[in-house]
Design a protein around this ligand. Sequence first.
Ligand code: AMP
Ligand code: FE
Ligand code: FE
Ligand code: ZN
Length: 282
Amino acid sequence: MRIDLHTHSTASDGTDTPAGLVAAAVDAGLDVVALTDHDSTAGWAEAAGALAQGAPVALVRGMEISCVADGISLHLLAYLHDDTYEPLVAELARARSSREGRARRIVEALGQDVPLTWDDVAAQARPGATLGRPHIADALVARGIVEDRAEAFRHYLHSGSRYHRGHYALDAVAAVELVRAAGGVPVLAHPFAAVRGRTVGDPVVEELADAGLAGLEAHHLDHDAAQTRRAIGLANRLGLLVTGSSDYHGTGKPNRLGELTTDRAVFEAIEAGARGVPVLRG
Ligand code: AMP
Ligand code: FE
Ligand code: FE
Ligand code: ZN
C-alpha cells in the first residue's frame, strides 16, 4: 500500500484544487492520501466529492495546524478530527484571520521596495483560502519580480527577512489537546527541520506526548538523515508512531506525491485511534 499523509490544496497554499489533488493522488498510484491544508478544513467537502464520484483512493481528512512552543514555530498534523468541534474551529478562525492581517503587513512593507499590491496577492488565493507567504510569492512571480516560490522565499519572504511578520499560532500543547478532544489523531510534522528555522528540543516533544501526541513525521524532505534518525529514535523512546509523507504543494514546491510514504500498520493505527470523522473510501 502507498500511503501519503501530508498534502496541500488551494484551500491553503497548494496549487491543485482539492478535487485535482485527489485526481493527482490516483495518478500517482496512491492507495491512501491525506489532505492537510494549513489551519483549514475548507477543502474537505470538494475532496470527498471526488471520492463520491468514484476516485479509487482512500481519503484521510486532516489539516496542518500552525503552532508555537517556547517561541518556536511548530506544525501539527491533525487526522480525522470532527471539523465542527467549536473550540478548535474558533482557534483556527483566529489563526486564519491573523494570517490575513500579517500578509497585508508583509505586502505593505514589500510594497515600499517592489511594485506589489494587496490586489496582486488576493488574485493568487482562492476565496476563503488560508493565506500564507506562498501566495505573496506567487504574486511576486506574476509580477515578474522573481522566477518561482523558492526565489521569493530566498530574497524576500524567509523568516529572517526584514519584510517578515509573524501571525497568531496556537500553543502546541493546547493544540494537541484540542485535536484529541475533537476525536482526531495529532502527529508532529517535520519536527527537526532546521532548514525552516529554530526547532524544538526533545523535552518539548515529551510534553506534547504527555498531552496526547500520537506520532512524529520522521520521513520528510526537509529532514536530513541525522534529523530523520533523531525523530525515529525519539518516537521509539516515547512510544509514538513514525510517519513519512511528501508535503506536496502542487507546482508550488518540487515535492512529488508519494515521494515519501507511511507504513500500512501506522496508517491503520491512526484510523483506529480516530473518533472524529471516518476515512472515506472511493
Ligand atoms: P507561512 O504559512 O505563511 O508561514 O508560509 C510557510 C509556507 O511556505 C510553508 O507551508 C511552505 O509551503 C512554503 N514555503 C516555505 N519555504 C518555501 C520555499 N523555499 N519554496 C516554496 N515554498 C516554501
Ligand atoms: Fe505550505
Ligand atoms: Fe508544515
Ligand atoms: Zn505541510
